[in-house]
Design a protein around this ligand. Structure first.
Ligand code: F6P
Length: 365
C-alpha cells in the first residue's frame, strides 16, 4: 500500500474539492493500491501531535466537486519556512520547520505528497522537494497570477461572481444616475478586474498594471453626465494605484504572514472624487471574499478534476518537484522552480487590453 498525503494551502478557491476528488478517484481506479490522506489546514495537520489527518476515500469525496472551499481546510498561518510559534511569555516568533515536516511526513508512512496551492504554497513545495520530499504541486488561485499555467481554476468562478455583481450594480447606477465603484480581488494582477470590465461593459477599469491619472477619471465621469443625468460603472482591482501612488491596504496581523492585505482602494477613490467636485453621487461595493466562495463553475470543476487526476498520474510517473499546468489546452508538467519564477500580470499588449480599449473602456492612464 502506497500512501499519498494531500494538502491545500493559502487562500481557498473554488475547485479545491474537485482536485481532491480527482486524485482520490484516479487512485481508486488504478490497479496499484494507494491510500490517500489529507493533512488538515495545509501542513499544520501533519505537524500536530498527534497528527490531524483524514483518510480520503470514495465516500469522503463523493459529490464534493460541486462544493466550494476545501474539505481538508486551509490556512495562511502555517508556512513551515516561517512557522508561527508562541513563546512561554506569550509573545510570538517564527521557526523554520521544513526538515521536521519532511521527517514527520515520512515517519507517518507517506511516500508522496500533493500540495495544492498558489505561488507561496509552491515555493514551500520546492523547499520540501529540495529536502528530499517526493512532492507534486497543483496550482490554485482566483487571481490567475501563476505564469506557468494558462489559467488557474477558481479564476473563472471568481469572474462569474464579479460579473453577476457588476450587472446588478449597473441597473441601480442607471436608475440613480450614480457613479458605482466596484472593487475586486486579484492582488497585484488585474485579471479579475479586466475580465469583469469587459464581460460587464464597464466605463472605467483600473488595474495595477496601468496606474491611473485621477484627473482623467474625473474628466471621464464629467463627460458622461449632462444636466446631472448619466451614470458610470467603475471596476477597480484591489491592487490598483494612481500614477506615483501606492497601493491601499494594511499590514498583515498574523505572525509569519508578510503580505499586505489589500483592500479599500474603492473607498479612497470615492473620497477623492467627492472632494474633487464631481457632482454625481458615488457609491462603493467591495466584493471581498464572496469572490472565493460558493459553487465552482463547470469550467473550474473540469479543470480542477483534470489537474487532480494528472497529479496522481505524476506520482505514478515519478514526476516529483514539478507542478501540473495547463498550456495550449494540454496538461503539462513544469518544474517547481519554473512555476514560482515569474508572476503572471496583465501585459499591456494583451489582447484583452486591446479589446477593452476598442470597446471604449477607459484605463484613465
Ligand atoms: O490570493 C487570493 C486572494 O483572495 C487575493 O485576491 C486577496 O488579496 C487575498 O487572497 C486575500 O487574502 P485573505 O483571505 O488572507 O484576506
Amino acid at each position: 500500500m502506497k500512501k499519498i498525503l494531500v494538502a491545500t494551502g493559502g487562500g481557498d478557491c473554488p475547485g479545491l474539492n474537485a482536485v481532491i476528488r480527482g486524485i482520490v478517484k484516479a487512485s481508486i481506479n488504478d490497479k496499484e493500491e494507494y491510500e490517500i490522506w489529507g493533512s488538515l489546514q495545509a501542513f499544520n495537520g501533519i505537524l500536530c501531535e498527534p497528527a490531524k489527518i483524514v483518510k480520503l476515500d470514495n465516500e469522503a469525496v463523493a459529490g464534493i466537486h460541486v462544493k466550494g472551499g476545501t474539505i481538508i481546510q486551509t490556512t495562511n498561518r502555517g508556512n513551515p519556512l516561517d512557522f508561527p510559534m508562541k513563546l512561554e511569555d506569550g509573545t510570538w516568533t517564527t521557526k523554520n520547520r521544513c526538515q521536521e515536516l519532511v521527517d514527520k511526513i515520512h515517519a507517518a508512512g507517506f511516500e508522496y505528497v500533493i500540495n495544492i496551492g498558489g505561488d507561496g504554497s509552491q515555493a514551500i513545495s520546492k523547499t520540501l522537494h529540495d529536502l528530499g520530499l517526493k512532492i507534486i504541486g497543483v496550482p490554485k488561485t482566483i487571481d490567475n497570477d501563476l505564469s506557468a499555467t494558462d489559467v488557474t481554476f477558481g479564476f473563472n468562478t471568481a469572474v462569474q461572481i464579479t460579473t453577476d455583481s457588476f450587472d446588478k450594480l449597473v441597473t441601480t447606477a442607471e436608475s440613480h444616475n450614480r457613479v458605482m465603484i466596484m472593487e475586486v480581488m486579484g492582488r497585484d494582477a488585474g485579471w479579475i478586474a479586466l475580465h469583469t470590465a469587459i464581460a460587464g461593459g464597464a466605463e472605467i477599469c483600473l488595474i495595477p498594471e496601468i496606474p491611473y491619472d485621477f484627473e482623467k477619471i474625473v474628466k471621464n465621469i464629467e463627460a458622461r453626465y449632462q444636466d446631472g443625468v448619466g451614470f458610470v460603472n467603475i471596476v477597480i482591482a484591489e491592487g490598483a494605484k494612481a500614477k506615483n501612488g501606492t497601493v491601499t491596504g494594511t499590514a498583515a496581523k498574523d505572525v509569519g504572514d508578510n503580505h499586505i492585505k489589500l483592500g479599500g482602494v474603492a473607498i479612497e477613490l470615492r473620497a477623492q472624487l467627492e472632494v474633487s467636485g464631481v457632482e454625481a453621487q458615488v457609491r462603493t461595493t467591495i466584493l471581498g471574499h464572496t469572490q472565493r466562495g460558493g459553487t465552482p463553475t463547470a469550467f473550474d470543476r473540469i479543470l480542477a478534476t483534470a489537474m487532480g487526476t494528472k497529479a496522481f498520474q505524476m506520482v505514478k510517473d515519478g514526476e516529483f518537484g514539478k507542478m501540473v499546468a495547463l498550456q495550449n489546452d494540454t496538461l503539462v508538467t513544469v518544474s517547481l522552480a519554473e512555476a514560482i519564477s515569474k508572476y503572471n500580470v496583465v501585459s499591456l499588449d494583451h489582447y484583452l487590453i486591446k479589446t477593452a480599449r476598442a470597446t471604449g473602456i477607459a484605463f484613465c492612464d
